[in-house]
Design a protein around this ligand. Structure first.
Ligand SMILES: [Zn+2]
Length: 380
């Protein structure tokens, strides 16, 4: 048996993989690669089995090290990575086994089918260019895709729009952003659900502009993207943006503002990796942004109602803490504080809600519910 691990493809990430084929059950032990970030979480790699006929085991181990910075060992069983044997769809792993060292470090082991000629393994369902292409063909060209600028590394930053609007346009405007932190792929799957639903009903009361992947450089290089050096995209907002991507998106938000009646910006993120209470919403601090807070509460209420208990956390409306915790300006604070528009952030779990494990279909259903809530609130 010859196992080979590679992450040499767009979005790939693995660090120090160690293959074990000597034990009764084969396995790969690995870390998520920090790639110059202070936080490492995203992983996505391919295990190739070059032996022609193996079969002493029916499954193999994948073991992740280095989760201590994210969670206590008691929560680690709630993180459920995904895998895709060649030619099949993605599946979720079942709960992992946590092994704690005497010094407190721990590793989590999950099981995937084996032997397979090759199997992809990832923190959560990847979402990139091919998923966007698939969304576009399903949406039958309802969405226009435009390049609003080039990233720091020269990749196109793409914005989707239902309509360009115009300078005298009074249509209510929504601006959606996902993947300021590239490893948070649940955010893109939910926005995919929002955009698919709006394309399907074709009576969208809003002028919607959306950035499905706000940090394409990190997505392409497999960087998790939260707390990257010197600033991640979500912490680089302000009058003088500290990231190229923010500069491009700020300019686009100004265009959007002048082409509609802007009502809401939604920033989609993943939740903490062990979150299993459900989707939740971070709303602006009432002391810093009283009017925007009030408006955000109303949006949050309709979204919570539409998500219902199947998807919404009981503790759905939470206060965004960044305003006071960090000297850097985050996106929602910039929108509320500088543009005086309502903004909120939705946080989507990586793995499960209660005992229900989340599939791509579930993420799209969450997106659909969010789109329905927005339409209901607009009274159409
Ligand atoms: Zn995030």
């Amino acid at each position: 048996m010859a196992l080979h691990v590679t992450a040499n493809f767009p979005g790939g990430n693995v660090c120090q993989p160690v293959v074990d084929t000597a034990s009764d059950v084969s396995g790969v032990t690995f870390y998520a690669h920090p790639k110059a970030g202070t936080e490492a979480l995203w992983f996505h790699f391919l295990i190739k089995d070059s032996a022609s006929n193996v079969g002493k085991d029916r499954k193999m181990r994948i073991t992740l090290c280095g989760l201590e910075e994210w969670m206590e060992p008691s929560f680690a069983g709630d993180l459920l990575p995904v895998y895709r044997p060649q030619g099949q769809g993605w599946h979720r792993c079942s709960s992992g086994t946590v092994n704690t060292e005497p010094d407190g470090r721990f590793r989590v082991t999950w099981w995937i089918p084996h032997p397979e000629p090759q199997t992809e393994v990832a923190l959560c369902f990847p979402y990139g260019r091919s998923e966007l292409e698939s969304l576009r063909s399903k949406s039958r060209n309802y969405w226009a895709e435009d390049v609003i600028g080039m990233t720091e590394e020269g990749l196109p930053l793409r914005r989707w729009s239902s309509d360009y609007g115009g300078l005298d346009n009074r249509k209510s405007g929504l601006y959606l952003i996902a993947r300021e932190h590239a490893g948070e792929t649940p955010a893109s799957w939910v926005v995919d659900g929002v955009l698919q639903y709006l394309a399907r009903i074709k009576r969208d009361p809003f002028l919607v502009w959306a950035i499905p992947i706000a940090d394409p450089d990190a997505a392409e290089r497999g960087i998790h993207g939260a707390s990257t050096y010197p600033l991640d995209v979500d912490r680089a907002w302000g009058e003088s943006p500290a990231r190229r991507e923010v500069r491009c998106i700020q300019t686009d938000i100004q265009r959007w503002r002048s082409h509609c009646k802007p009502v809401l910006l939604v920033d989609f993120h993943a939740a903490e990796p062990h979150e299993k209470d459900g989707v939740y919403c971070e709303i602006p601090d009432p002391e810093c942004f009283p009017e925007e807070h009030q408006a955000a509460v109303k949006w949050a209420n309709v979204i919570q109602h539409e998500l219902q208990s199947a998807y919404a956390a009981d503790d759905f409306k939470r206060m965004a803490m960044q305003s006071k915790q960090t000297p850097n300006t985050i996106l929602c604070d910039y929108i509320c504080g500088h543009l005086h528009l309502c903004a909120l952030s939705l946080r989507i779990p990586y793995s499960r809600i209660g005992t229900k494990t989340l599939s791509q279909k579930n993420y799209r259903e969450i997106g659909e519910a969010i789109a329905k809530a927005m339409i209901n609130k607009s009274g159409r």
